[in-house]
Ligand binder design. Sequence first.
Ligand code: NAP
Length: 251
Amino acid sequence: MITFDFDARLALVTGASRGIGKQIAGELLDANCKVLGTYSTDEKSASDCRNQFASFGSDFELLKKDVSIGSDIIELFDYAEGRFSREISLLVNNAGILKQRPFIELSVEQWRNTFEVNLMGPFFICQEFLKRCHSGGSIVNISSIGGQTGGDKAPDYAATKSAIISLTRSLARLGSGQNIRANAVAPGWIKTEIFSEQQLNQLERQARQMIPLGRMGTPDEVAKAVLFLLSDAASYITGHCINVNGGMYFG
Ligand code: NAP
């Protein structure tokens, strides 16, 4: 088993209240990291998450901050510096939304909302991160297989996830002078609450035929790739995107 030690560095994980983000936050805490997480609306998941990580004491905090609101992000960074007395040097842009709808019914409002959360959010956060991170750092942006193959059920989502890969490559160039690496992880079908129970059942069945490894993935399988990219084990990797998709797409 691979273990990491992040030497009490501070990580910001967006969308840390459930699913993939919560798994990443938990694994970072286990790896000697301090973690500031965010969520925006789901109080039940937030409360469950705080309870689950209570044993980490002051090393973990989950704040209600919407990634699509620029002023929330500035407040978040200001707060982090005072509360943890160190700069955020590890960043995981994980928060994301997916609403599946036939293309011809897709409203301008949904298109905007998906872009605001999935793309504007990482833009605000990375801009602030680059302004404030002076001693080297690592960014991991969560993309999706949908951003690589296109999506007939959620083209708005697919467009944002493709753009995230492009943004990651730009950040790899922009951050290099500050010793900041930027990489992406593109998960395939991962069992989380982003899907309804009915969708999950259907995807599980389809996975047996459509995915070479014959199953959906789990949040910890994504978290492992994220921790690797955040860590010094990936010290010469930047601008890359790791697929965590069971072989569903190889590009
Ligand atoms: P999830 O279970 O729905 O969790 C999403 C998290 O993001 C929650 O903590 C949610 O909290 C938070 N969030 C949503 N909108 C937010 C906002 N405006 N501001 C701050 N936080 C917000 O989803 P997941 O499956 O873990 O997905 C995590 C990431 O992986 C997403 O970027 C997703 O696109 C990507 N991904 C997932 C899969 C998959 O199969 N599951 C595949 C490829 C990529 P609130 O609801 O309280 O805001």
